[in-house]
Design a protein around this ligand. Structure first.
Ligand SMILES: C[S@@+](CC[C@H](N)C(=O)[O-])C[C@H]1O[C@@H](n2cnc3c(N)ncnc32)[C@H](O)[C@@H]1O
Length: 314
């Protein structure tokens, strides 16, 4: 794929609208702070899925698995879930800026910088300047606050892909998008994409830091199947505080569990998981009961407990 451009990326969004994959008004949301189309691709909109999600997908592991991400950014996590989930699974997202459902971003911006560091002296942009000179320009723009930290425009990424043979984006066939639906919307004012889900996932999305987080979680609990889970990939959610807010808000039912996962057991800053009473996670967690429960939150700090509860070992 040598001829990719940001125009192709946007044309793909139009095509996805025609096919009913992207729903909602694409134009309205061009001002999203994390908008990867107008503002650029960064470490903050290309995060990998939390590694603890992958064993959970296996616990559900049938063709009826359905996954909703809140705030998918470029869609890296959704594409990884699509690759890990059984054929026939439904992968859906909602955010202020839509993701092109065929363009899979394969590389973190950190890794891209490492690759560029190895090629500092190579000429770029038709010999106009070397990579190191270009990066100096980028740094200056960051310093002058003309661009955010680690931010590259889509156009720059496609240019790097073409000129250096890096596979930054892979483009999927039209009949196999990694998203079945991507709703453009603003939570909690807009509704969630239609349907019910086994897993709702968020990493620094609309629930995170929102004063309306109880209202959004309440919408999510309605949309979850009776054996579903809400997976928040951020320890800053603070399991105890969130659990208390949800209980006081009447959002949790008897038997629903708030589970806090330690940082070193997942590839990120830990996780807070709201597990519905009949979810495989809640059923397994209850077996560990008193060992793990403090103040209404179940803590998983131990590798063996993690492996048992997440089905890595039985
Ligand atoms: C910081 S980016 C995170 C992207 C991705 N989850 C990641 O970790 O790389 C925030 C994402 O949440 C979305 N978002 C933030 N607030 C939102 C809201 N109130 N309603 C819908 N989407 C929202 C943004 O559009 C964006 O996709």
């Amino acid at each position: 794929m040598n001829e990719l451009t940001s125009e192709h990326y946007v044309e793909g969004l139009r095509k996805a609208e025609e096919l009913g994959i992207v729903v909602g008004d694409v134009e309205t949301w061009a001002g999203d702070y994390f908008d990867h189309i107008a503002r650029g691709v960064t470490t903050m909109n290309t995060r990998s899925v939390n590694s603890a999600v992958l064993p959970l997908i296996k616990l559900y592991g049938d063709p009826g698995f359905s996954f909703l991400e809140l705030g998918q950014g470029v869609g890296v996590a959704c594409a990884q879930v699509r690759a890990a989930a059984a054929e026939g699974s439904r992968i859906v997202s909602t955010a202020r800026t839509p993701a092109n459902p065929w363009y899979v971003c394969n590389i973190t911006m950190k890794r891209l910088m490492e690759l560029l560091n190895e090629r500092m002296c190579e000429p770029w942009k038709g010999g106009e300047l070397t990579i190191v000179q270009w990066l100096e320009r980028v740094e200056r723009e960051r310093f002058e606050k003309k661009r955010g930290a680690d931010t590259f425009s889509l156009e720059e990424l496609f240019d790097l892909q073409r000129d250096f043979g890096l596979e930054i984006f892979t483009v999927l066939d039209e009949d196999s998008p990694f998203l079945d639906c991507c709703k453009v919307g603003d939570l909690p004012e807009d509704s969630l994409p239609e349907g019910s889900y086994k897993m709702v996932y968020e990493n620094n999305g609309p629930i995170s830091k929102s004063p309306e987080r109880v209202r959004i979680v309440s919408m999510v609990m309605e949309a979850l199947d009776s054996d579903g889970v809400l997976f928040l990939s951020e320890s800053t959610q603070g399991g105890v505080a969130l659990g208390n807010e949800l209980r006081e808000g009447g959002v949790l039912e008897d038997g629903d569990l708030v589970i806090s996962l330690a940082n070193d057991l997942s590839n990120e800053a830990g996780a807070t998981i709201i597990a519905k009473k009949d979810s495989p996670l809640a059923v397994r967690m209850r077996e560990h009961g008193d060992d793990c429960e403090f103040g209404g939150v179940f803590y998983i700090r131990d590798e063996i407990v993690y492996q048992q509860v997440f089905g890595v070992i039985n």
